[in-house]
Design a protein around this ligand. Sequence first.
Ligand SMILES: [Zn+2]
Length: 428
Amino acid sequence: MRNNDIDSLFSFIDSSPTPYHAVENMVQTLKGHNGIELIESDDWECKAGNLYYVTRNDGSIIAFRTPKIIDFSKVAYNMVAAHTDSPCLKLKPFKKDITGNYMQWGVSIYGGALLNSWLDRDLNISGRINYIQEGELQQKLISIGDLFFRVPQLAIHLDREANAGLKLNSETNMVPVLGLNDDEYSFEDLLLERLDVKGVEAKDISAMDLYFHESQPCSYGGMKQEFIFGPRIDNLAMTHASYEALLADSPNTKVSLIASFDHEEIGSSSPHGASSNFLNSVLERITIALGGSREEFMKALTRSYLVSADMAHALHPNYEDRHDGVHRPLINQGPVIKMNARMRFATDSQTASRFVLLCRQADVPYQMFTGRNDIPSGSTVGPLIATKLGVSTIDVGNAQLGMHSAREMAGSLDHGMMIKVFSELFAE
Ligand SMILES: [Zn+2]
């Protein structure tokens, strides 16, 4: 069940080890489709029938296509929101002391990582380095993809209880090994080498956002290649699906918009997370840049629709009791509509119905999910944005297993189905 949608997703995930790389890749793709960059600190002027994008802090991006004809009595935003970040190990600012002759570097746990999945994996390092060059602040993305690092698991002989329930201390047991100590060649030397900026020395590196991440490329799995295996499927898959649909250049009469935010995995509270003013500000500025007023912006919000797209939990065959008997998302059975009576997901019957209609128009099946009452629900950007904007919102996603593992698993058919549904939305 190989297909172009998944091949494209694989190349996006493999080349996007961090949110910064994901946004950079999207920017390059948007530019290739005549996307016009908007800078938040500049004046904006938008025209009908164009593709625009704006980024914030290099990890969050909003891209949109304006309608072919602007009629302010009908202007509305059809939006898909996702996130660019995934749980991982983030390098602390300073290195850990040497133990024995090992060279190590301390990490913070970013998001709700399944720590055991990071053990005994070959890890790379990517992110951004900030430095000072001739008195000016500079920044560069780096990706160390040719060197491999590890968090080695303790041998069973030294931890006889490991199979009865592995206990991992997030501070002391998860420190990756970079190599053996070498007075002549430090980790900072490696970073300087990869930074590759003339005249910049170790003292000039002012700060960095660097992450350990899975090195093995994505692959198909299963007897008929019905599965996909790879890192960061949550939520680069929905980010990818949304921008694939946007790039299709449908004959839209509404503003088609995608937003993919950094920091969802740590609660979305940051100047560029989903709880920030990023989306709100961009929406208002689009209306004004098209020649509308604040009044028209407020009216447009009431006509708008937001699809919050984040991956969903598929039924796990070895833990059947974690779902209720009916609402058990199955792999390759289409998009999952997520419901939660306590509004941990923003879906209600009206917003769900609109999505069901889109699925019907796209000739795509859909599934309904609600969690067990005795297992607290996760959440995502949907309820946060819905609360802020007051826009009709639904939470959806594709079914996957091993969410927040260093290497996750999903279906090879679901992705194309979600792109089709988003394309229907963006054709309105
Ligand atoms: Zn997610």
